[in-house]
Ligand binder design. Sequence first.
Ligand SMILES: NC(=O)c1ccc[n+]([C@@H]2O[C@H](COP(=O)([O-])OP(=O)(O)OC[C@H]3O[C@@H](n4cnc5c(N)ncnc54)[C@H](O)[C@@H]3O)[C@@H](O)[C@H]2O)c1
Length: 330
Amino acid sequence: MPKKIIVTGAAGFLGSHLVRELVKEKNNFVIGVDNLSTGLLSNLEEAFNNNNFSFIHADVSQKEIIGHREFKGVEEIYHLASPASPKFYQAFPLETIAVNTLGTWNMLELAKRNRAKVLYTSTSEVYGDPELNPQTEQYRGNVNTWGPRACYDESKRLGEVLCYEYYRLYQIPVKVARIFNTYSAGLRNDDGRVISNFVVQAIQSKDITVYGDGSQTRSFCYVDDTIKALLLMMEKEEANGQIINIGNPQEYKIIDLAYLIKKLAVSDSRIIFKELPENDPKIRRPAIDKAKRILGWYPVIDLEKGLRETIRVYKEKMGISKNGELRVEN
Ligand SMILES: NC(=O)c1ccc[n+]([C@@H]2O[C@H](COP(=O)([O-])OP(=O)(O)OC[C@H]3O[C@@H](n4cnc5c(N)ncnc54)[C@H](O)[C@@H]3O)[C@@H](O)[C@H]2O)c1
């Protein structure tokens, strides 16, 4: 019997990369679930060529999803569904809260009925604007309930609580990945997160917009490294009932990132400064000792290598039409 695996948020950035890896194993039967709110079916084009992949267009926040007949006998659930870019979660705050709370609850209940394993993709945003650097899993965070990022940060935190309770009450093998900024050219051109913004602006010779003075820091993990970590988390029993930071501990100032992308893209863009959004975190860097110890994992793709590949593929996606205009596809 093939192993039945559900990936929620399958048409999104990370979901589609994960599906691509999972369908390579012929004994897996992968069911992608997505409501296509921020995801694109075109991300799954390759997956649709596999007999061991099927897709369900549905909202995982709806309770009926638990009883879906295709889900019977599921062994593994990767719960990725949720807008992740501030641009999208701030446009859909209530849907974001619903998917991280009710959606997570539904996936945990589905796991309970089938004795399946669950991996929940939480986020470094649960640390808010941290007072500790690097952030360890023990750090409880500095999050604001009353601001434009709260719908995401706080609903992810409640999602973690639900995972904890299903693990404690019903011994469901639950794993929580706190993912730090991950990137590749798989991000939508209009995704709004910093790397896609800067790369697209640099390629189009548009102004590169830095928010604030650019002294705030972030850590960037190439998508291949993040996906490897998620697969290992699902596989390792030692990760059951654990929260693990997944990210690249190399930390960069945003202004340095802007200059690096400008250089690597050989761009004549200007770098300009705009007002820092409310509650924007000033620092962000994962402590990954736990990931090393439990998963034997650490990222191997450094920023410059990852950016070169990202810029190459974005350039391919955004050809120049005959009349000299840029053709932009997402
Ligand atoms: N990419 C990162 O750097 C990063 C960092 C931290 C955490 N994460 C987490 O990883 C997960 C995936 O992030 P991503 O970058 O791929 O985001 P994404 O927006 O590209 O993908 C999310 C997917 O979930 C789908 N979705 C949203 N609400 C849904 C619902 N109610 N029902 C079904 N599908 C729904 C969207 O259509 C989309 O395809 C998210 O949970 C996010 O919070 C990502």
